[in-house]
Every structure is written in C-alpha cells, then in structure tokens.
Design a protein around this ligand. Structure first.
Ligand SMILES: Cc1ncc(COP(=O)(O)O)c(C=O)c1O
Length: 464
C-alpha cells in the first residue's frame, strides 16, 4: 500500500481528504478508472468497490449508456433554473419516481444531495404546520445513533453524541430516543421486547415534549453507517406509524442510503405496507453516483394544499438540474433493463449466504445484517460476549487497511468509541454477478485473516 506522495506533499490545494484527521488514517489509493464493481489505481492495481462508495453506485461504474445520456443532455439543455423555466427531464423523472414509490408519494421535489433533500423535507413539514395553524410544532425526534446528513441542520438531528461539542449552543438539536438495536440488546430484554420498548420510548418522548410541539419523527428504515445496516423490524415500524398518527406527528423515512432499489424494493419501507411515512427522502442510488441528485417524496394532498395557502418556500440553484434529471432517467432505465431491483434481492441473498460461511471461519464476525444488497458486518473481539475492541485498536481502520492490501475498498465505521460496535458495509453495485460475489468473499476471507492476525492480542480467548 502506498500513500501517493505527489498528493500528500502539495503546498497548494490537495485532495478532499486533506481536511480529515490524520491520526490512524489509512492511506487512500489514487483511483484513476472504474467499471462495474471494479476500480483501478494509478499503479494498475484492481479493487472491488465493496460498498459502492457510501452506498451510491447502484448500477456500477462506467456505464456507457448513462454517460451518453449525460453528454446528450449537456448538449441539448445543460441548465434551466427551476424557478423561471420548466424542462422535460424534470417532469419525466418526477412522474417515474412517483410511479415507483406508489400512493402517498405523488409529488417529488428534487435536490442535489441527501442533506439538502432532508432539509427540504423538514422545511416543507414546518411550513405546512405553520400554514395550517400548527405553528407550535417545531421539535424533531430522531434515533440515537442515526445519521441524517452533514449540513448544520441535519447534523443537529443526527444521533451522535460526538457532535455535541460542535452543536451545543450552535444549532437546535433533535430530541433523541434509543435506536432499536437487535444485535446489542441490553441485558434483560429479548430482541423483540427491546424494540417494542424503543417504540414505547417514542410515545413517552412525544408526551414528555407535548404533541403540540412535536413536528416529526425522522428515522432510517435501514440504518447506514450509524448502525451498520441495522434494519427496523416490521412490528416496530407499524408501532411507530400508529404512534405518529395518534399524536399528529409526521413520520419521515430517511431512505437517502437504503432507498432506490438497494434492498430489493424501490423503497426499503415498501416492506411494511401498513407503515407508510408521510414524507420520504431519497438520494444516493437515484443517480447512482453519475450526478448529484436527491428527492423528497410527499403526498399530493399536502403539497397541493400548501401550494394553495402560502406555497412551499424553498430554493436551491441546482434543484431539478437537467443533467442530473437526465442522468437519473438513464439510471432508472438501467434498473429496468437489467432488472436490478430484483437482482438486489437475489444477489443479496447469495452474498449473505457466502458471508455466513465466512463467519464459520472468522471469529471476529459478530453479526451479519441488512436487507438485499445493503449488508453490514459487525466485528467483535469475542463473539460469545459481543465484546468490542479497545479504543487503541480501531478495527474499522485495520479492516480497511487489510482490505486495500487484498484489493477491496471497504467503508467502515466505529461509533461512540466502539461502544455501539464496529462494522463495515458490504453493499456492492447491484450489477454484481455471482462469480464477482465469490471473488469479493475470497478477498474478504484473506483480508479478515490478516486482520485477525493483527488483532490477535485483543481477541478474547474463545475467539482465537
Ligand atoms: C441515512 C443518510 N441520511 C443522510 C445522508 C446525507 O446525504 P448527503 O451526504 O448526500 O448529504 C446520508 C449520507 O451518507 C445518509 O446515509
């Protein structure tokens, strides 16, 4: 593994990661080309994109039909500002997304990224509440841990106590309730009891604040890096839906990472027909990394009602950018052409089975979870007791390093200094073949063996 010297030594500029912490950091490869699930560095080494970046590249890299559609759109109509002009790619895309999302999500407001779309959703609900005589509703409830974005407002609703020194006195934080972890269940609970207790915590929190002050509960149907692909269970989802309805609190699903086909359904929450949200936010897989694009999905009744009152007041220069819209249309064509939503379910089941065989051999695999091709692997020092690694051995960095050595680009995360666990994502492009799944697992096997040799001093006896 090499750190690209020409990059780390620069006096001016530098790569994006120059802003990140350097302690413990794993050198990043200089990627120059990508195709399908594969990436190549400047020395010609190949890597599997194990996580599709941050769960973005749903249709794989280097798709020539999408590249052509983007070029064609750039030639035909590169930009038209959505407050002064309409354009067809916008109208075609929103109709298509609404059809895929189904009843209750007839209106689609486009944005450039997940955080922006999440802010649009919060602004929309707040403006709706103000316009309909519920101006006292301004508090938001979220899970801890959770992740809802990187802007100041979305960081303020993200459940991560490490952000407190940054947020305190600077932004208005959401009220937090515990995430219904199903692997790390507190003593004295079964997994079901615990998630039901977590659902009760929502009701308790709404009553404590006063329903007249609570605007919305925002939740990820399947967690991303904050929980390592922890899915909500259907009974929990049904319960929170009922609680939100009972108290007049809007339910917002953050499907920025898990939506757009990744779980084997267009929306991950389509798995729960009785727990539809009021508003859904989508992003990453929608334009699959080819262009920045995100969306808020809301019911026609609410959007049209607000439009008749004050109107929804929001604006970003790149809302419904024509090239982003044309890109997403071409991406959705690829979904259809290669039946990728079905592939997410089928290949996800295949890959999960393969990972489970790895767990027989590697004692540091504590849990494998997720849905479709959105899988997370939790690493532990002792499987029997679910003991995490000590603070001076961050396993997420070490597995990334071993991954690079064996040709894998791994996306991993440790939260609360390992207190909630350490995990990495296995969420390759939905175009992955069975043979490629096998190659991914073969490389991961080697990476885990190296990792376990490195981790040996920290493994509990049973695990060695
Ligand atoms: C669940 C979730 N919400 C929100 C975001 C923020 O999206 P973006 O990084 O596009 O602003 C992310 C990004 O990783 C995410 O995973």
């Amino acid at each position: 593994m090499h750190a690209p010297k020409e990059v780390t030594a620069v006096a001016f500029g530098g790569p994006q990661d120059i802003f990140h912490a350097r302690s413990n950091s794993v050198p990043l490869p200089l990627i120059v080309r990508a195709e399908g699930i594969w990436m190549w560095d400047d020395r010609g080494r190949d890597y599997i994109d194990v996580s599709s970046g941050p769960v973005v590249s749903n249709i794989g890299h280097g798709n020539p039909r999408v590249a052509d559609a983007m070029a064609e759109q750039a030639r035909t109509l590169d930009f038209a500002y959505s407050r002064v002009a309409r354009h067809r790619p916008n109208m075609e895309l929103t109709a298509r997304i609404a059809a895929l999302a189904g009843p209750g999500y007839e209106r689609v407001c486009l944005a450039s990224g997940g955080s922006e779309a999440m802010e649009i959703a919060l602004k929309f609900l707040r403006q709706y509440a103000v316009a309909t005589g519920n101006a006292t509703k301004r508090r938001l409830i979220t899970l801890s841990p959770s992740y809802h974005g990187g802007t100041i407002a979305t960081l303020a609703i993200t459940g991560d106590e490490a952000l407190d020194p940054f947020l305190d006195g600077f932004a208005v934080k959401s009220d937090r309730i515990p995430a219904p972890f199903q692997y790390r269940v507190p003593a004295g609970y079964t997994a079901k009891d615990y998630r039901m207790a977590c659902a009760d915590a929502l009701e308790d929190k709404i009553r404590e604040i006063g329903p007249e002050h609570v605007l919305a509960f925002v939740v990820e149907p399947i967690g991303g890096l904050a929980t390592g692909a922890q899915p909500l269970a259907e009974d929990y989802a049904n319960c929170i839906r009922k609680i939100c309805t009972r108290y007049g609190v809007y339910l917002v699903y953050d499907e920025i990472l898990c939506g757009a086909g990744r779980t084997g359904r267009f929306l991950a929450s389509h798995a729960w027909p009785r727990a539809r949200a009021d508003v859904v936010v989508l992003a990453k897989g929608l334009a699959a990394g080819y262009a920045p694009l995100a969306a808020m999905l809301a019911p026609a009744a609410m959007v049209d009602h607000l439009a008749g009152l004050t109107g929804f007041n929001y604006s970003h220069t790149y809302n419904a950018n024509p090239i982003s819209c044309a890109t997403a249309l071409a991406v959705l064509d690829e979904y259809e052409r290669s039946n990728l939503i079905r592939a997410a379910a089928d290949r996800g089941a295949f890959l999960r089975e393969q990972l489970e065989t790895l767990a027989d051999k590697h004692p540091t695999i504590g849990d494998i979870r997720g849905a479709g091709l959105l899988l997370g692997v939790e690493l532990v020092a002792d499987r029997a007791t679910k003991t995490t690694f000590p603070a001076n051995f961050p396993p997420t960095e070490r597995i990334r390093l071993s991954g690079l050595k064996h040709g894998l680009i791994i996306y991993s995360r440790r939260t609360a200094n390992g207190r909630n666990g350490d995990w990495f994502m296995v969420s390759p492009p939905l175009t992955i073949t069975e043979a490629e799944c096998e190659e991914l697992v073969r490389r991961l096997d080697a990476a885990l063996s190296d990792f376990e040799a490195d981790a040996a001093p920290y493994l509990c006896e049973q695990a060695v």
